[in-house]
Design a binder for this molecule. Structure first.
Ligand code: PMP
Length: 361
């Protein structure tokens, strides 16, 4: 284990060690199946149990009301950017909060499908904050209202969700699902790709209210149609079995090892505070991107005084077993992604390195 680093990647990202160990133990022969999850039929009893248990775990963790369906889909979060307007627009319009790179991308995808408006766009302020109540006006006739709960690249997170009234609120929670308790009944759709806080890449979880599933136009191809995918219990074709299995293990870990999302949230706040305090007390050596009140507890982007120092920081960090600290290629600087599975020791090691680096440079 000596060569395992503290991995601050934005996704695919660090997974809980007990999950990896269990997957390792069960890799050659899943209990009762006599073969690996990698080798078993998705129609087998073992896999049916795995996917059913994954769903039960998600229902428990997020307290998902009975009138919501849970789908495990392929195509990543990006496919949802297209599927949402394809399934929900039905000739109407939709409102988008453009708060960072991912909501901007979702907005662009939705525009290929119909008439969409940006109700608030943070580009002018370089996506350093979310809108405040009163800074936007929502259309009460819109098919849905779209938001990204945590902008992975800019590190801007909604602290409370906007009130869309009777219009279904659609939320991309790819980079902060399971980081804190949420009230799913506020949303029409709450979706997340797995590869940050829920498992490996390959599976995307879509939690969708019954009445919205019913809206899918019959003209849509099967694999793009929520109604068909729901009726087929997420197995219209072969699902990403191994990714679903790991998601099941990650949700087991959250329930039984961590003790639920309130406990996870408390740990996440503690971890994020250590890094933000380090940034804030560095006399300007490190500068955070987001305004304080909208800071993300999952992704911490920051800059150093020069590009030269940034490169030196990332390189030297590597030799301290602290990896993947470069910012997204579109914005530069540095970013520490500190998802649920990042242990406190990893954060403390990064803090110590940051203090030492600032002192020396
Ligand atoms: N939304 C958010 C908030 C993300 O962080 C990402 C991935 N970084 C995506 C969408 C795209 O996810 P995928 O690569 O699974 O399509």
């Amino acid at each position: 284990m000596q060569d395992r680093v503290y991995n601050f990647a934005a996704g695919p990202a660090v997974l809980p060690l007990p999950v990896l160990k269990q997957a390792q133990t069960e890799l050659l022969s899943y209990p009762g199946a006599g073969c690996s999850v990698l080798e078993m039929s998705h129609r087998s009893k073992s896999f049916e149990e795995i996917i059913a248990n994954a769903e039960t775990n998600v229902r428990k963790l997020l307290n998902v009301p009975d009138n919501y369906r849970i789908l495990f889909l392929q195509g990543g979060a990006l496919l949802q950017f297209a599927m949402i307007p394809m399934n929900l627009l039905n000739g109407k319009t939709a409102d988008y909060f453009v708060t960072g790179t991912w909501s901007k991308t979702a907005f662009g995808e939705a525009k290929t499908q119909g008439k969409i408006s940006a109700v608030w766009d943070g580009s002018d302020s370089k996506f350093t904050r979310n809108p405040k109540n009163g800074e936007y006006k929502l259309d009460s006739e819109a098919a849905y209202c779209y938001m990204t709960s945590n902008e992975t690249i800019q590190g801007v997170q909604w602290q409370s969700y906007p009130d869309a009234g009777n219009v279904p609120l659609v939320c991309d929670a790819s980079s902060d699902v399971f980081c804190r308790p949420v009230d799913i009944s506020k949303f029409g759709i709450y979706f997340a790709c797995a590869q940050k806080n829920a498992g490996p890449s390959g599976v995307t979880m879509v939690i969708i209210r019954d009445d919205l599933v019913a809206r899918s136009p019959a003209t849509l191809p099967k694999m793009l149609n929520y109604k068909v995918l729901d009726e087929g219990k997420s197995m219209v074709n072969t699902p990403p079995c191994f990714a679903v299995y790991i998601l099941k293990l990650v949700t087991d870990w959250l329930l039984h090892h961590v003790g639920g999302l309130q406990k996870m949230y408390e740990k996440n706040v503690e971890k994020a505070k250590i890094l933000y305090d380090t940034i804030d007390h560095s006399n300007g050596f490190y500068k955070g991107h987001a305004v304080k009140e909208d800071r993300s507890i999952m992704n911490v982007p920051f800059v150093l005084p020069s590009e030269e120092l940034t490169k030196k920081f990332v390189d030297e960090a590597k030799s301290h077993h602290l990896t993947q600290l470069s910012g997204h290629r579109s914005v530069g600087g540095c970013r520490a992604s500190i998802y649920n599975a990042m242990p406190l020791e990893g954060i403390e090691a990064l803090r110590d390195f940051m203090l030492e680096f600032a002192r020396k440079n």
